[in-house]
Design a protein around this ligand. Structure first.
Ligand SMILES: O=c1[nH]c(=O)c2nc[nH]c2[nH]1
Ligand SMILES: [Zn+2]
Length: 444
């Protein structure tokens, strides 16, 4: 497509204009110039729109088929790129044993930068294939390998936050840093990423969790985040043994440990949060942090059932995470399904519990994720002025899970995609207006 052309996507459009709200723009359009959405509306007003623009711009019109919808790109708020080779493996253990027996052993291998490139290219391509237009990555303990992940996201055109992992406490003497190394290496990583001046990619400060860093170290990392205006990501309250060990180590709750380290700010993304007490949730809400819900991982590592409704009631920002390889699937569509399943299971044991709906998880996967990552001024829905991160979803594609036997209305198409779809139903993926995956969409 020509760069200075205005592209009109015409058809049925679904997005979330606000928290837990879904809007269908039936027979609508989204107009895109370069990376930006310049107009959204009803397709009946298209002739006058075109007339105004035709004098100055080339016009390209992409007509969606009846079996297609245009939706915002999916957002993965928590994923470990180096763990991808272990996806689907090691679920005979729970979190702490899983880390020692499988995860650290794999993560140690990323001193080998050729191996790093192979895995990171694979995970970036795979997540884009599944419609993840933005990913918030835990990269490697090793700075050079973390920069290889930055290379991969830039090469394939994904929007991403990438964090060099920090840990000074580990069972492996060759897989750990001193506090000084961690501080210096993190600074070097941050400066390298910032110096590239790539709009789509930003560094994020990444203390692994409260059992792999001490208070002073976490405070130092918090200072790097503050001085450079960066986001922070870490894990919280994922597993009962982990929560008990944090209390034993610090003599305070998990959230208090992070608060004491000055890590709880409106730029903090906390993964899991299954066992947070009411006091902790109040603290997290007061600090305006976000929580990444990782239902696939919570099930496979047998961590527990996270009550999303309860967390949302505290007005805490929330998105979805695949948490590969705690979770087996790199797909946020699979995470939406898993969030629905978890919520239904919770409803079996709680009276009057209203399980999440397919539109609720669609919100978490799109605008919710953008809010959690502080990117809702740029992406998450189709507001004029935002960047165009979008997917064309089609439920009538040959050789997929979905046989399109009866016509569906647009909301049913979304519902079918959430419950039955996969990457084969995502025929086009756009990041910042650029086509990064092309299926069988016709461009006219
Ligand atoms: O799901 C998880 N994955 C990890 O890699 C990790 N590290 C600490 N806590 C963790 N939880
Ligand atoms: Zn994780």
């Amino acid at each position: 497509m020509t760069d200075n052309a205005v592209k009109f996507f015409v058809g049925n459009i679904i997005h979330c204009p606000a928290k837990l709200q879904t809007e269908l723009i039936e027979n609508g359009y989204v107009a895109v110039l370069k990376n930006q959405i310049i107009a959204v509306g009803d397709a009946s007003t298209l002739p006058s729109q075109l007339e105004q623009l035709e004098a100055n711009y080339k016009i390209q019109t992409i007509y969606l088929r009846k079996s297609q919808i245009l939706i915002p790109g999916l957002i993965d708020t928590h994923i470990h790129a180096p763990q991808y080779p272990n996806a689907g493996l090691g679920y005979d253990k729970t979190l702490l044993d899983w880390l020692d027996c499988y995860t650290f052993k794999l993560e140690r291998q990323y001193k080998d930068l050729k191996f790093a490139k192979k895995v990171f290219d694979a995970i970036v391509k795979k997540t884009l294939q599944h419609g993840t237009t933005t990913a918030c990555y835990f990269a490697s303990l090793f700075t050079d390998a973390s920069l290889v992940l930055v290379d991969s996201v830039i090469e394939y055109g994904q929007r991403a936050l990438v964090g060099k992992v920090n840990m000074t406490l580990s069972p492996f003497s060759d897989y750990v840093e001193t506090e000084e190394e961690s501080f210096q290496n993190t600074l070097a990583f941050v400066n390298n990423v910032l110096s590239r001046k790539v709009d789509l990619v930003q560094p994020i400060i990444t203390p692994r969790f409260a059992l792999s860093c001490n208070l002073e170290h976490m405070s130092e990392l918090g200072t790097i985040a503050k001085n450079n205006n960066l986001f922070v990501q870490t894990h919280i309250s994922e597993n009962v043994d982990e929560v008990a060990m944090v209390y034993e180590t610090y003599g305070m709750s998990y959230a208090e440990v992070y608060d004491k380290s000055k890590l709880l700010t409106e730029k903090t993304i906390l993964a899991h949060g299954i066992y947070l007490s009411d006091d902790e949730l109040q603290l997290i809400a007061a600090r305006k942090c976000s929580i990444s819900h990782c239902p696939g991982s919570n099930t496979c590592l047998k961590s527990g059932l996270c009550d999303v409704r309860n967390i949302l009631n505290y007005n805490i920002k929330m998105g979805l995470g695949t948490d590969v390889s705690g979770g087996p699937s790199p797909s946020i569509c699979a995470a939406m399904r898993s969030a629905l399943t978890t919520s239904v299971h919770l409803s079996f044991s709680e009276e009057n519990y209203k399980p999440l709906t397919y539109t609720d998880v669609f919100y978490l996967a799109t605008l919710g994720g953008a809010e959690a990552l502080g990117l809702d001024n740029k992406i998450g829905n189709f507001r004029t002025g935002k960047e165009f991160d979008a997917l064309i979803v089609d439920v009538d594609v040959d050789d997929t899970e979905v046989d399109y036997l009866l016509p569906c209305n647009p909301m049913e198409i979304l519902q079918k995609f959430v419950y039955c779809g996969d990457d084969r139903n995502i025929v086009s993926v756009f990041v910042g207006g650029k086509l990064v995956k092309e299926g069988n969409t016709k461009f006219t």
